[in-house]
Every structure is written in structure tokens, then in C-alpha cells.
Design a protein around this ligand. Structure first.
Ligand code: NIG
Ligand code: FE
Length: 392
């Protein structure tokens, strides 16, 4: 089955061989999808015939967003904590524990339903690939069942047993690290691709993070890390040392962190929703782009620090408050996310790539930042199939 999308006013391919600028843009374009893949891209009017046709009516088409960082396996919410923060309380890693209690009490089915509710929201915002972490179970069984649920719906599953020290290990961090290394990693391995550690104040130290990530790598999991969110620490440099695919948050970076990232394959993933929702100071992405670091934008969807599934919202905040240019922001939410997951099949619309794309109710991707808070998603196509149809 082939489909041609004609009359695209402005197409973003993220392939500089196909179009102009960082985003490989083509005006008045068509795209042909064959099965689940992109088969042809070029000027409208020159497209080969296909079995069916979608008329984009001059609207913009962009690659599907790749959300490389989310925490979708939990129960309950922490709206009261948000309310207290907006009245002046500070965010701390300790809030995670209330979600742990609710998550342990939830059935597998409740966890799955809550996750799928969030995945539907993601799809409606134009996300076509998502990662999700565990990290609210913190027992061998609760981490394993969370990842088993996640693995039914995405390949990008991340074991985050090292999210915070659970109550029952209070005062015994070494015991909990040993539990992660000796029991959790072997148990979750069939359901997890990645391993992550929250390396920050109130969570895990650099030494603990190194021990856990090295153990995970030895057992076949690929490393990524939550680093430098709450304070400046050694997390980003550890990410580079261990060849993590991504160092996430990066709220507090000094020049030596940026140098280390620039000389590595590690992507710096920014999560604008977290600074927004914790009233933290926004990091300045210009420093990283100037140094040649690969950057991603992710939602970090979680019930504590960033309860959003909207990539357009994250893009708008990144442009407004983190000094991304509009093209850098879109690139980071698509190609950047794909790089952070070490994926070459998504995040762009080159020939042979997965046919994951969104038709926007707008003449240009620029409207993602220019019209903040407005639902601009018209049609979402994932692996060649329509997965969502919104406003026309
Ligand atoms: O990415 N920073 C660590 N973990 C999550 C927040 C978890 C929570 O507050 O529940 C984050 O922001
Ligand atoms: Fe996170």
C-alpha cells in the first residue's frame, strides 16, 4: 500500500541533502509512503503515483516528535505539591516517595491504563516515538512488573531503580545499591533496553551512579543518566566517561561539562517542563549549540516535576526561555531525541526512514513557538498509518 501526501506548504525533512537549512526544508512538497517507510520526497507535482492520496492543503508537515525521556509508570498525582511550590516551596527529590507508595498499591492493569492514557495524550501532541522509565516501584517485583507493562508498548524502556532511596532502605544506601546490582538488574533485563540513575542532591552520588551504570552495562543494558538537575555535580562528566547515550536535565552546567559533552557521543537532553514546573532557572542552550553539542528536548512527563505530555509546549518554552532558535528546538525534539535514543530510523523523513510524521494546522513549523498553547496537530501518521486525526 502506498500513500502520497500532496500540497504540503512547508515540509521539514531534517535531511540536509533533501532541503535547505538545518531542518532540510522543502516548500510545496509531496511525500510518498510505501508501507511503513518513506519512499519518496520532493516537489509537489513531481510525485510518483500512489494507491491513495492525502491533500495537505498547504499545511506544514514535520517529522514525528521523538520523546526520549518520560516516566509514565506510576499511580496517583501530586497536584498539591505543585500548589505548594507555586506558593514558594522548593522542589526536592523526596516527593518521589509519595508516588512510590501509590504505585506499589496499584495493580498492573491500573499502571497500564494510566500509561496508555498518557501515551494517547503524547500521540495527540505529535509524539510518535516515546521512551519510558520505571522508578516508582523500587522493589524487585514492582520495578519488573512496571517494565513488563512498558515493554508491551515501546522498545525504549529504561530501568530507573536508582530513582530515590526507598523508605525501607533509609540509612542503608549500600544495601539498596547491592539490591539493584544483584537482583533488580537481572530481573528487569528481559524488559529493559536502558539503565538510568538519578544522580543528584537527595538521590544518588556519582560513585553510586557509576557502580550501578557499570553493573547495568556489564549485563547488557545501555546507560543514560539524570544529571545536574538540582545542583552542579559530576553527573554530566560521568555520562561522558561511561558513553551514556544522553545526559538529561543539564540545568546546571559549567564550561568543563560543555567541553566534555562536545568531545563525546553523549546528547544533552533538556526538559523545559521541569524548569517550568519547579520554577528553576532555565539553562541556556546557546552555549551547547555554540560548542557543537548534540541537544534533545524531551517532555520528562512525570507526576512530580513535569506533568506534561505536550512536546509543542516544551518547544515553545525552549524557544522562549532557553534561547533555542525555532529551528534548533524542532530539530532537538525530533532528530535530537532520536540521537538520544541512538535511533537512526526515526526523527527525520529521509528515504527509507520510518513514516512517522505530523500534518500541522499551520503553514509553517514556526507556529509551534509562535502560537503557544494552541493545538496545531491535524493528523499524526506512525509507521505509515494514521494514528490520530485532530482539528482540520
Ligand atoms: O526527571 N529528577 C528525577 N526524576 C524526575 C522527577 C520525579 C518526581 O518528582 O516524581 C524528573 O524530573
Ligand atoms: Fe526524568
Amino acid at each position: 500500500m502506498s500513500v502520497v501526501i500532496t500540497n504540503i506548504g512547508s515540509l521539514v525533512t531534517n535531511d540536509q541533502n533533501l532541503g535547505f537549512g538545518l531542518l532540510g526544508e522543502i516548500e510545496n512538497a509531496s511525500v510518498v509512503i510505501e508501507g511503513s517507510k518513506i519512499a519518496w520526497v520532493g516537489p509537489s507535482g513531481q510525485a510518483p503515483a500512489a494507491d491513495s492520496k492525502i491533500d495537505a492543503q498547504g499545511k506544514a508537515v514535520i517529522p514525528g516528535f521523538v520523546d526520549s525521556h518520560a516516566h509514565l509508570l506510576f499511580a496517583g498525582d501530586r497536584a498539591k505539591e505543585f500548589q505548594a511550590r507555586m506558593k514558594g516551596e522548593k522542589y526536592s527529590a523526596g516527593g518521589i516517595k509519595s508516588t512510590v507508595a501509590a504505585t506499589r498499591a496499584a495493580t498492573d492493569q491500573e499502571l497500564e491504563q494510566n500509561m496508555l492514557r498518557l501515551v494517547r495524550e503524547m500521540t495527540r501532541s505529535g509524539i510518535t516515538t516515546f521512551e519510558t522509565k520505571s522508578g516508582y516501584g523500587l522493589t524487585v517485583d514492582d520495578e519488573t512488573r512496571a517494565l513488563a507493562v512498558a515493554a508491551k508498548h515501546t522498545h525504549e524502556t529504561t530501568f530507573l531503580g536508582a530513582h530515590v532511596l526507598p523508605e525501607e532502605y533509609s540509612g542503608n544506601p549500600d544495601g539498596y545499591v547491592a539490591l539493584i546490582v544483584d537482583q533488580m538488574i537481572p530481573a528487569v533485563k528481559p524488559h529493559a533496553k536502558w539503565i538510568d540513575v538519578f544522580c543528584d542532591r537527595g538521590a544518588f552520588t556519582v560513585e553510586q551512579a557509576r557502580q550501578i551504570l557499570v553493573a547495568g552495562k556489564a549485563q547488557g543494558l545501555l546507560p543514560r543518566i539524570h544529571a545536574n538537575q538540582l545542583e552542579h555535580g559530576g553527573g554530566v562528566k560521568l555520562a561522558v566517561e561511561l558513553d551514556c547515550a544522553s545526559a538529561d536535565h543539564c540545568t546546571h552546567l559549567d564550561d568543563s561539562d560543555i567541553d566534555a559533552l562536545a568531545n563525546s557521543q553523549t546528547v544533552a537532553t533538556f526538559v523545559p517542563g521541569a524548569e517550568f514546573s519547579t520554577r528553576a532557572k532555565y539553562p541556556d542552550a546557546r552555549r551547547l549549540f555554540d560548542a557543537g553539542v548534540s541537544v534533545a528536548i524531551a517532555t520528562d512527563c512525570n507526576p512530580g516535576s513535569s506533568y506534561t505530555t505536550s512536546m509543542p509546549f516544551c518547544i515553545a518554552v525552549a524557544i522562549r526561555d532557553m534561547h533555542f532558535s525555532p529551528e534548533q528546538a524542532l530539530w532537538s525534539a525530533t532528530m535530537g531525541g532520536a540521537k538520544a535514543l541512538r535511533r537512526s530510523d526515526v526523527g527525520h523523513l529521509s528515504i527509507g526512514a520510518s513514516a512517522d510524521l505530523t500534518i500541522l494546522n499551520a503553514p509553517s513549523y514556526l507556529h509551534l513557538g509562535y502560537r503557544p498553547g494552541v493545538d496545531l496537530v491535524s493528523t499524526v501518521i506512525k509507521a505509515g498509518k494514521i494514528s490520530y486525526e485532530g482539528n482540520k
